[in-house]
Write a protein that binds this ligand. Structure first.
Ligand code: HEC
Length: 111
């Protein structure tokens, strides 16, 4: 997740500079973000429990949106990149709004 945050910053930076190659590269890293280590994945999915399909659905939407962003960046379509990026951010936000708070309470204790 921290790497995802960094890649999103790289995309913003790429948009500002109209560096579409940078955007494309960072988008592909978001699209193919590594799965967490096995033990962590088991813990996460165990916690998500009956919501697992909802959780995976959000993950899939993020992958798809990142792929679209990469394609639009490859076409050097600046306005398209901005709107695809905002669509991507919506997919991050959707999962965070549903899951972040309960995850943090469960795994790290209340903040
Ligand atoms: C399928 C659900 C899901 C999707 C999709 C998702 N996240 Fe997350 N993310 C989480 C959860 C759950 C947490 C809270 C747990 C944690 O902090 O490890 C989190 C936490 C984070 C954090 C904070 C990590 C930290 O160290 O505090 C960042 C940054 C982040 N996500 C970035 C992103 C970005 C960028 C995207 C979209 C490209 C994204 N996430 C998409 C579930 C998701």
């Amino acid at each position: 997740m921290q790497d995802l945050g960094k890649n999103m910053q790289a995309i913003t930076d790429g948009i500002s500079r109209e560096d579409w190659e940078l955007v494309e590269k960072a988008a592909s890293q978001v699209a193919d973000h590594p799965q967490p280590p096995f033990g962590e994945k088991v813990r996460i999915l165990g916690f998500v429990g009956t919501n697992v399909s909802k959780f995976k659905g959000y993950d899939g939407e993020t992958h798809d949106a990142a792929h679209i962003l990469g394609e639009v960046a490859a076409e050097k379509n600046g306005y398209g990149v901005v709107s695809a990026f905002s669509a991507l951010q919506n997919t991050c936000l959707a999962c965070h709004q549903s899951f972040r708070k309960s995850f943090q309470e469960h795994f790290y204790g209340q903040r």
